[in-house]
Ligand binder design. Structure first.
Ligand SMILES: O=C(O)CCC(=O)C(=O)O
Length: 353
């Protein structure tokens, strides 16, 4: 039996004849809030996506291409350029559409959303090597996601971020991200995404700070809402244990000042992978980009999807013209929010939420 949107299929083993995630991968996603799949894109596909991203940037700054200032205060993301609204760059949209319809990507997105996905935006970050990478002291600082520039963040708290699959073996994500590494990130210095494993779950990841409508934490304190009094630095037991166990420096970088989530800091995982890998992660999993401390320019492409009953904030992620141009009916439905959410109704009803 093949069940497109809910791989749990009422508790039966998932069908492995399709290109989606395996049982082990779905369980990894449930526990950690992310899963990495390697060899999704070929070297040619990565090269094409890098080329079109560069071509868009070469057209000059526009409202869909943002350049970080690359000045002395530019932090970790120093000099990064971000291409947004990928499907609205008409000349190059086909390459990005091919990714959205990719036979190794879309089935996984459907599994993880558990209902017809709707597309809520995409971007490519192009991050050059950091100019301070040869300074040992700065290297140490730049290995800390809260050292400036990126900082830890997430878009949604765990209680809104996932629903159990039918039978409860897996979880579905209401807001999913794909991070696709278009250049090699085979060393931590290549600066791929870091994630705090498990912060997708209400058990580990529902922080008191979330009650202050906080979406972003960094610099050792809550960034949104009223300024908080500076707490005394404390080292969590988990962090001390990790340190004693000889964990490498990059797993121990954080100012441990948010009591509710400090135990998660030793759960930092940083993606290390060859180009062509895709990391699927729940938007409630706290994550951050990292500074590039190697000599490689980092190309990383991000796409976001939500469940069809979501009403995303902000303007539509894709212009009506781009929806109209889409190469297939299925893509048009995903981009144009044309799916009815019926799949979700049976899912929620069966799960007796
Ligand atoms: O660059 C990364 O690895 C993370 C990017 C990200 O989370 C963002 O742009 O919101």
């Amino acid at each position: 039996m093949h069940c497109q949107y809910d791989s749990a299929c009422g508790g039966m083993a998932p069908d492995r004849s399709h290109a989606g995630l395996t049982d082990g991968e779905l369980l990894h996603f449930k526990e950690h809030g992310w899963v990495l799949v390697e060899n999704v894109l070929s070297a040619d596909e990565c090269a094409r996506l890098r080329t079109v991203s560069d071509a868009i940037v070469a057209n000059g700054p526009s409202q869909h291409v943002f350049a970080d200032p690359a000045g002395p205060d530019d932090g970790m993301a120093h000099g990064r350029v971000t291409v947004t609204r990928l499907l609205d760059h008409e000349e190059h949209a086909r390459e990005f559409e091919a990714f959205l319809l990719h036979p190794r990507v879309l089935p996984c997105v459907k599994q993880l959303i558990g209902a017809p996905p709707q597309y809520t935006g995409g971007k490519v970050h192009i991050t050059p090597p950091h100019p301070d990478r040869h300074d040992e002291r700065r290297r140490r600082e730049l290995r800390e996601p809260d050292g400036g520039g990126f900082s830890w963040h997430r878009g949604i708290r765990p209680k809104w971020a996932s629903v159990p699959s039918v039978g409860g073996r897996y979880v579905h994500s209401t807001w999913l991200q794909t991070a696709t590494f278009l250049s090699d990130a085979t060393h931590i210095d290549d600066g791929a995404t870091a994630l705090l494993s498990g912060t997708n779950t209400p058990t580990l990841g529902d922080f008191a700070e979330d009650d202050e409508h906080t979406f972003s934490v960094g610099q050792g304190r809550v960034q949104a809402g009223e300024p908080e009094p500076e707490p005394e630095p404390v080292e969590s037991e988990a962090l001390a244990r990790a340190r004693a166990a000889g964990a490498p420096a990059w797993t121990l970088p954080l100012r441990d000042q948010l009591p509710d989530w400090r135990d998660c800091l030793s759960r930092q995982a940083q993606i290390v992978c060859p180009q062509g890998a895709v990391c699927f992660f729940c938007e409630s999993t706290v994550h951050s980009g990292m500074a590039v401390l190697s000599e490689r320019i980092r190309y990383a492409m991000f796409h976001e999807y939500t469940a069809p009953w979501w009403k995303p904030p902000g303007p539509p992620a894709v212009s009506p013209e781009a929806v109209e141009r889409a190469t297939s009916d299925e893509l048009r439905e995903i981009l144009g929010f044309a799916h009815r959410p019926s799949g979700t109704f049976w899912h929620l009803a069966d799960a007796r939420l």
